[in-house]
Design a protein around this ligand. Sequence first.
Ligand code: AMP
Length: 280
Amino acid sequence: MVLLVTTAAELDNWRATKPGQRIAFVPTMGALHAGHVRLVERAREIADAVVVSIFVNPTQFGRGEDFDRYPRTLENDVSLLDGLADVVYAPSVDDVYSPDAPPAVKHAGPAGSEFEGAVRPGHFDGMLTVVNRLFDIVNPDVAVFGQKDAQQVHLVRQLAIERGGPEIDVVPTVREGDGLALSSRNRYLSSQERSAAIAVPGAVWAVSAHIHEGVSAALAAGRAILAAEPLARLDYLELVSPADFMPVDDTFHGEATLVVAARFGATRLLDTETITVPKN
Ligand code: AMP
């Protein structure tokens, strides 16, 4: 049976029963799907015990975003994790952000102000602040994140270096049969938007298919797929360097990270793949 705890004190009590064990941590906002499950399975492979947090963090949502309507499905999430995780930590806002001791606010810096950071100002400061706080509470040896949120991974790696741990382990994007990346937000899509949303993996595929023509030509091919879909509004589609998360140009070769975000109605969808840019 997975143990459900709601306070850091209960988590400490559990931790005290696991001396010397390697602990893996998977932070989530709940509404779990097969992508999250893959992260938890990976956590189980690389550690002795697994803690999953379920916390919809208010400080990473902007005004007018979907904090209030973000899906909350705790009962389902806990039964999905039964047999996979050891502990589910589902705290209240006050347990994470004690009203008596405000948390250290983390700033994402330049790599956090582009792409998701440009569209959602303050999002990455909120994300880093809660991840830093959760790392303090859970004190894991290793934490597992999804490559789908590539900019988040980049910033969390920097945070882990600054803190001196934990190790960061990254799992490739898990997709539906038609290629759409799994996301808790997919359930917001109408059936027409859901059909149109395959333009996102379609754009990823187009970039990969055209990369031998050079970076600009490949990006143009990817953007054209989304431009041809009337229900899609492109926020960005870029190839960035894994070193600094800044866009690469036609002089670049080697492994780059493709990042895409597009809106379908009120729903924003993200996708990421690693693309090898050949030397011309
Ligand atoms: P979230 O609950 O959306 O905050 O996501 C929690 C973790 O699951 C993050 O590390 C995400 O990158 C990861 N994740 C979400 N969707 C996927 C997916 N389709 N494939 C792999 N990882 C995912």
